[in-house]
Design a protein around this ligand. Structure first.
Ligand SMILES: [Zn+2]
Ligand SMILES: [Zn+2]
Length: 65
């Protein structure tokens, strides 16, 4: 599977989505704006890692407060 690298930080994303597995990312909410950071060719193909999601949410929270 090619979907193992986070398109934002280029580290392992630990995606567990597979034939009969569900990944944590399928249950997470991804803010739309996070996809602006993802190169077009990786959009909806490569999992964003939990680190990037958490960091992004924290940043967004700070900016909005
Ligand atoms: Zn990442
Ligand atoms: Zn995933």
């Amino acid at each position: 599977m090619a979907n193992v690298i986070c398109p934002i930080c280029h580290h392992a994303n630990h995606c567990e989505a597979g034939e009969n597995k569900q990944c944590w990312c399928t249950e997470e909410e991804f803010p739309k704006k996070i996809f602006d950071l993802v190169p077009e060719e990786s959009l909806y193909k490569h999992c964003i890692c939990k680190n990037c999601l958490t960091e992004f949410k924290e940043k967004e929270f700070l900016e909005n407060s």
